[in-house]
Design a protein around this ligand. Structure first.
Ligand SMILES: [Zn+2]
Length: 178
């Protein structure tokens, strides 16, 4: 049987077979830095997997995403996997880098501990951005606006509304910074 491998030089084929299955999972944050999300599952350490969902028809969009631009799910092996809406990322990354930084660290918090609540994941994202020097007044306001623009009614795990979600996030951040 002829496969695509038949047309590849042998050196590249070795690379594909040996390394491409373990290719680097990384997310480019607003500083241009490639970051990874370290996780430990049942004593095994590694980084969260990433799936970039690309689609040309809305029906090909991963149903896992729901209304979100990114979600964290455990794969069949129980490994934390962040699914991104690649189209949404491409369309909005310019001008929304702070928001995507926040989305990434939010999903990473879920990946590191699938038990965290939505407020805790937000809180963790906020604190991580602070530690990385990514937070300032302007960025905080950008994130606040994003939350205030969320649907007026949100599930209770998000505080019931974007405004509440943000309020509870800041409460958690202040507590952690005390
Ligand atoms: Zn979440």
């Amino acid at each position: 049987m002829s496969t695509v491998f038949d047309f590849l030089p042998k050196s590249l084929m070795v690379c594909l077979l040996l390394f491409c299955g373990a290719h680097v999972q990384a997310f480019e944050i607003s500083t241009g830095e490639q970051v990874q999300c370290p996780v430990t599952v049942n004593g095994q350490s590694g980084v969260a997997r990433e799936i970039w969902n690309t689609y040309s028809q809305p029906e090909d969009r991963s149903p896992e995403l729901g209304k979100a631009v990114a979600v964290m799910r455990l794969d069949e092996q129980g490994w934390p996997t962040i699914i991104f809406d690649a189209q949404a990322h491409e369309k909005s990354i310019k001008g929304s880098q702070t928001i995507w930084d926040f989305v990434y660290f939010h999903e990473c918090a879920h990946a590191q501990n699938p038990e965290v609540t939505e407020v805790e994941a937000n809180c963790s994202a906020y604190l991580e951005m602070g530690r990385r020097g990514l937070m300032n007044y302007h960025r905080m306001k950008q994130l606040e606006t994003m939350h205030f623009n969320m649907m007026s009614i949100l599930p209770i795990e998000y505080g019931g509304s974007g405004a509440q979600f943000w309020h509870q996030t800041l409460q958690c951040v202040r507590k952690a910074q005390q």
